[in-house]
Ligand binder design. Structure first.
Ligand code: ZN
Ligand code: ZN
Length: 295
């Protein structure tokens, strides 16, 4: 394999990826400006883009792939927890669902916790932990998908594997079935206390938003520091912000048709309640910028 190196795009490349903004409402246009966003850093040797030099997905490329636009009759995003969610190690489902509702601006429903009985499982020979086969979980999600569901996202504290040859997988999606399943098991901090709980919740929110955005057809981001950056390791994914860059905000808005100001306001309330201090500060600054009037 020839080794290609990833070079971060310059300002012109980033602006081009957002695409022409003439004709958009002024608040939306300001939300797509560079203010408040950091260009993607040059990847370190162990980072995602060092081993996966992806070309990136501009807003135009996203449109050219004909992303699904939400059917008004199917607007509810469902969460389906699998396995145990009562041991105290899990992320609080009410907070997770409030975050997802604010992030995607969709009605959100949490289905009753489903047992993983009947799902093919094994014990991982390195960790000794139980692992569930993603294919079985995806089949269950598709089979029981509620009529009004846009997507059903399975979440679990069990580790996952996609087949016998694999050690583990963080998650898997079946976009044509509008379902995906993701594990939080490998995001536990191993520590107790409120700071560790907040970090773990933040990681869970990130996985949920990143993976659900993939279900909507949004690819990895190579333009800014962004929720949609690929990641190879925990320090790299912890360094990603919880918000979308202008390119990916525009894609999400295209799919869901929300008002950017109202969405940021809802996310700000969530971030304040969840003690996501950095994110709350960022959202407050962004809101001041986009509401500052014509300009
Ligand atoms: Zn991804
Ligand atoms: Zn992005």
């Amino acid at each position: 394999m020839s080794r290609r190196l990833f070079t971060p795009p310059g300002r012109a490349g980033r602006i081009r990826a957002v695409g022409p903004v003439a004709g958009l409402p002024p608040t939306f246009r300001r939300a797509l400006e560079e203010q408040g966003f950091d260009p993607i850093p040059r990847p370190g040797p162990r980072d995602w883009l060092a081993s996966h030099p992806e070309p990136g997905q501009s807003f135009a490329a996203f449109l050219a792939a004909h992303p699904a636009v939400l059917d008004p009759a199917r607007r509810t995003l469902y969460l389906q927890p699998f396995g145990r969610f009562d041991t105290g190690r899990e992320p609080p489902l009410d907070l997770l669902s409030r975050f997802a509702a604010a992030f995607f601006t969709l009605p959100l429903a949490v289905l009753p916790v489903a047992p993983a009985s009947g799902v093919t499982s094994r014990v991982n020979r390195y960790t000794g932990a139980r692992q569930l086969l993603t294919r079985d979980l995806l089949a269950l999600l598709a089979q029981h998908r509620p009529a009004g569901a846009c997507y059903v996202v399975g979440i679990t504290m069990d580790d996952l594997y996609p087949g016998p040859a694999w050690n583990f997988v963080f998650g898997e999606a079946a976009p044509h079935e509008r379902v995906g399943v993701y594990s939080f098991a490998r995001y536990l901090t191993g520590e107790a206390g409120p700071a560790a709980a907040t970090l773990f919740l933040r990681r869970c929110c990130k996985v949920l938003a990143h993976e659900t955005a993939h279900l909507l057809g949004i690819g990895h981001c190579v333009f800014y520091s962004c929720l949609m950056n690929g990641s190879n390791n925990l320090p790299e994914s912890d360094a990603r912000p919880l918000h979308l860059c202008p390119v990916d905000l525009r894609k999400l808005q295209h799919c869901l048709g929300f008002d950017v100001t109202a969405r940021y306001q809802d996310l700000l309330i969530f971030a304040q309640n969840a003690d996501f201090a950095d994110e709350a500060r960022w959202l407050a600054t962004q809101l001041r910028h986009i509401k500052r009037g014509p300009g």
